[in-house]
Design a protein around this ligand. Structure first.
Ligand SMILES: Nc1ncnc2c1ncn2[C@@H]1O[C@H](COP(=O)(O)OP(=O)(O)OP(=O)(O)O)[C@@H](O)[C@H]1O
Length: 356
């Protein structure tokens, strides 16, 4: 069992407050992703869990025990960082053996050999065992770093943007492999990233951090479909959710841009209320009898689909359409949306009115 809980964690660095009262529950065996922009507090959260950073306030619980004062070794966690932190002059085998030979571990030479070979097999680096690390490619080095973490069979893996230094193709491959590894090991993974695609595709749960605060925790589906506020709404999805200001009137959204009235079938809010309407690009509908009008400002071809930017009285709205759609820049378009796919946000606080 390796449940992790943070309760009211605050961490300051001089005048900077990195974490502001973070409460978090990570279940045993979960693949938990911390998603946030630069400076949001992701690394600090990871370092607090690892015992590398002492919080100014709050508690760290591991397996139901107060671990706030435990050192890193007592916490039985392994860290994988963006930079490989390997010994370049040692072989892959030497690097994998290293954590097993430390003074706090009591492995026999036979056990060490077995663990190193099992980890190498899992990560498909057996053929590299006798190569010097400095001669490896980036992807190979990152596999060795992960290998160094798994040889000890820790209860918890803490990963700080482990894929971000790799090129896009390799990142895709290692993303799938890390998920497989997680399933095989059954350990708890806490994975830090600023990449929403990584978060959505890998996480059982995602925690969205903003300026040291945990804004929302949920499954990828919850974060995508039921964001607590406009910040979370726009932190996942490419292109991001459209946010359109207007007034709710007679079961329609009357947009400030052009005064277009677009029907909604799930209104949240009262008649006449000013709202910020949230519509994902895949829910924008282009058709000749749609209620609103604009023109095509830009088209991006993404293979299976196109992303249109529609200019509606100066407001830019993103829509995804199939690659077969015949449309050109500057074409006039009529657009609306799927009436049941609209979210309603308070324009001042950004809160999702369906969840408050
Ligand atoms: N050792 C430190 N000394 C001073 N300030 C720090 C230190 N570590 C972090 N901070 C500050 O705390 C805040 C959170 O930093 P943190 O590294 O946790 O963010 P992050 O979300 O991991 O960002 P990034 O994606 O850029 O790594 C930032 O404002 C950062 O400058």
């Amino acid at each position: 069992m390796a449940d992790i809980a943070l309760a009211g964690i605050t961490k300051k660095f001089g005048p900077n407050t990195a974490l502001r009262g973070v409460d978090l529950d990570i279940k045993d065996g979960e693949f938990f992703v911390l998603l946030g922009q630069t400076g949001a507090g992701k690394t600090t959260t990871l370092r607090v869990i690892a015992g590398l950073e002492k919080p100014d306030a709050g508690k760290v619980m591991i397996e139901g025990q107060d671990a706030t004062r435990w050192n890193t070794a007592q916490r039985d966690v392994a860290l994988v960082l963006q930079q490989y932190s390997l010994y370049p002059r040692l072989t892959v085998r030497g690097n994998l053996e290293f954590p097993l030979k430390s003074r706090t571990q009591n492995f026999t030479p036979a056990e060490i050999k077995e663990r190193v070979e099992r980890a190498a097999e899992t990560l498909q680096i057996t053929q590299l065992l006798d190569r010097k690390v400095e001669k490896l490619s980036g992807g190979e080095m990152q596999r060795v770093s992960i290998g160094r973490a798994i040889v000890r069979s820790p209860r918890v893996f803490l990963m700080d943007e482990p894929l971000s230094a790799l090129d896009a193709n390799l990142r895709d491959v290692l993303r799938v492999e890390l998920k497989k590894l997680h399933n095989e090991l059954g350990a708890t993974f806490v994975f830090v990233t600023h990449d929403q695609v990584e978060a959505m595709s890998m996480g059982d749960k995602i925690g969205v951090l903003n300026q040291g605060k945990l804004v929302q925790v949920g499954t990828p589906d919850e974060i995508y479909s039921r964001p607590l506020n406009t910040f979370v709404a726009r932190s996942v999805g490419t292109p991001p959710m459209n946010l359109l200001d207007g007034v709710l009137k007679d079961s329609s959204a009357v947009l400030d841009a052009g005064g277009h009235a677009v029907p909604v079938s799930n209104p949240n809010g009262t008649d006449g209320q000013r709202l910020r309407f949230g519509v994902r690009p895949e829910n924008i509908v282009i058709s000749a009898d749609a209620p609103a009008s604009g023109y095509v400002f830009d088209i991006e071809n993404h293979g299976v689909l196109k992303i249109l930017t529609i200019d509606a009285d100066g407001l830019h709205i993103h829509a995804t359409v199939s690659a077969q759609t015949r449309i050109a820049i500057n074409d006039p378009v009529r657009f609306g949306w799927k009436p049941d796919k609209v979210l309603f946000f308070n324009p001042e606080t950004g809160r999702n009115l369906a969840l408050t």
